[in-house]
Design a protein around this ligand. Structure first.
Ligand code: GLN
Length: 496
């Protein structure tokens, strides 16, 4: 078999070709490594290790030859640089972790390796996963000697979304068939939407957070990016599962095969469209694409019902209080003692802490630490943090009521398509507001995904599907049926 178009294969197809030995894992890894270097100007990769990649690929080939290859044996992937890896550096996009090497692999990384995947490298992200555009990255991409924003392959002058921008771009540009990401307030769904790929964030607790550099622990959740729902299901099945000894919030539920219901009929499925998700703030072209997608679902036998999530707008202040509060606590561990960067010149211990953090953290990270420290401080705790927690509960309650009337919720993943690099001009609030449709599901801990559903002025639009707790298989099937009826997910950006 010619390896020329290998990068057009998705996870399922490539895993099949590897199993049937039409292509070897070494060939697949070499081909993708070549593409990664060819397109390194996108800024998607921050670490690449060819020797390590090829040694894993050789091991996968040996297992396949011996008949002991696992489900994803030989499939090349890459990880968001927020997952710690023993064999590759981990920076979380931050100068403060420059030079850091983890002594262990994150559980998600380990589980995917056990499923046979070959890790090619690490992917750019916003610093500590704080951002919506992947412009908040402070470490160089491969081929650069300075930090660069990741570029969207559909229009290189546009952002890819964030914080898992490198992951979405790597899949959209066919640098890897699948990648990992994390979603705290939308960082899988929004970049998937902006780059025209499929991404799913499972129910909070499905995937272990062990070895994921912590941002907001009550929200952080890992998930895959791939081109199709079918491929996401394979990746998600491999990376989820309980991890009781290492993450006490990982759920005590056995690992599942999320592919098991792929192909089931959607006849009678009630799709709830929250009226707040298609209001005036949504770009007309995005709304048109979402309406067309919903019409496609009706053709597939589903029924569109209107629901309401009345506290949608409140999810922005609530999220940016809770996430900041948790991050201010989580990031206190970066003090120049245990990890990464330490300031060179300091007077005493307190000065060392201060200078290390001043030099090591970027502006957005500092802003969140300050907001978080403020809302947790004595005298403001009740007014901000506690109040936000109460509203968070009400937001979760709104979903509970909505799910009394529907099986899935659908709407746009974001109000617009990807904006231009620099367009928000360093105005953090402009970024925060754009998270409006992903934050409610995150605060409720619900599973959600983004599915390519058309274009607005040449840029991809993502349909967001939100399910009830533990409904990942149902979500993936709904996306799969849509992808059998449409070809949005197969479109590639020009030149890739
Ligand atoms: N854009 C949101 C933020 O900046 C979400 C980020 C995420 O999900 N990691 O916090």
């Amino acid at each position: 078999m010619s390896t020329r178009d290998l990068h057009q294969m998705g996870v399922a197809e490539l895993a099949g070709a590897l199993r049937e030995r039409k292509v070897s894992a070494v060939e697949a890894a070499q081909h993708q490594l070549g593409r990664i270097k060819q397109h390194q100007d996108l800024g998607a990769f921050v670490a690449l290790d060819e020797d390590f990649a090829l040694s894993q690929a050789r091991a996968a080939d040996a297992q396949i030859a011996a008949g002991t290859g696992r489900a994803l044996a030989g499939v090349p992937i890459a990880h968001k640089d927020i997952f710690v890896t023993a064999d590759l550096p981990t920076t979380a996009g931050s100068r403060i972790l420059a030079g850091y090497r983890s002594p262990f692999d994150a559980t998600v990384v380990r589980k995917l390796a056990e499923a046979g995947t070959v890790t090619l490298g690490k992917l750019s992200c916003d610093e500590f996963a704080m951002g919506s555009s992947n412009e908040n990255v402070a470490v160089p991409a491969i081929g650069f000697d300075h930090a660069v924003p990741v570029r969207n392959p559909w229009d290189r002058d546009r952002i890819p979304g964030g914080s898992s921008g490198g992951s979405a771009v790597a899949v959209a540009a066919r640098l890897v068939p699948a990648a990992t990401g994390t979603d705290t307030g939308g960082s899988i769904r929004q970049p998937a939407s902006f780059c025209g790929v499929t991404g799913i964030k499972p129910t909070y607790g499905r995937a272990s957070r062990y070895g994921m550099v912590a941002f907001a622990s009550s929200l952080d959740q890992a998930g895959p990016f791939a081109r199709s729902a079918e491929d996401c299901a394979l990746m998600l099945s491999a990376l989820c599962g309980p991890d009781p000894e290492r993450d006490s919030t990982s759920l005590d539920r056995p690992a599942e095969d999320f592919s098991r219901t792929l192909g089931d009929s959607l006849e009678g499925l009630r799709i709830g469209v929250p009226r707040e998700f298609l209001g005036d703030g949504v770009a007309p072209g995005v709304r048109a694409a979402i309406d067309a997608a919903l019409a496609e679902y009706e053709k597939l036998g589903a029924q569109r019902v209107e629901v309401t999530l009345p506290r949608t707008e409140l999810s922005i202040p609530v999220y940016y209080i809770i996430a900041a509060a948790e991050s201010s606590s989580n990031l206190s561990r970066f003090d120049g003692v245990k990890f990464g960067h330490r300031a060179k010149n300091y007077r005493d211990l307190a000065d060392m802490y201060a200078k290390t953090r001043e030099e090591g953290f970027g502006d957005e990270v500092k802003r969140r630490i300050m907001i978080g420290t403020y809302v947790l401080s004595h005298g403001y705790y009740d007014a901000y943090y506690l109040q936000a927690q109460k509203v968070r509960r009400m937001i979760a309650d709104d979903f509970r009521q909505a799910f009394a009337h529907c099986d899935l919720i659908a709407g746009p993943a974001a109000p617009t398509v990807a904006w231009k690099l620099g367009e928000h001009g360093g105005d953090p609030v402009a970024d925060y507001l754009a998270d409006i449709f992903t934050l409610p599901g995150s605060l409720a801990g619900l599973p959600g995904m983004s599915v390519p559903a058309g274009f607005d002025a040449g840029m991809p639009v993502g349909l967001q599907l939100i399910g009830n707790y533990f409904s990942e298989a149902k979500l993936l099937n709904a996306a799969h049926r849509f992808q059998q009826a449409t070809d949005w997910h197969q479109r590639a950006p020009q030149g890739y």
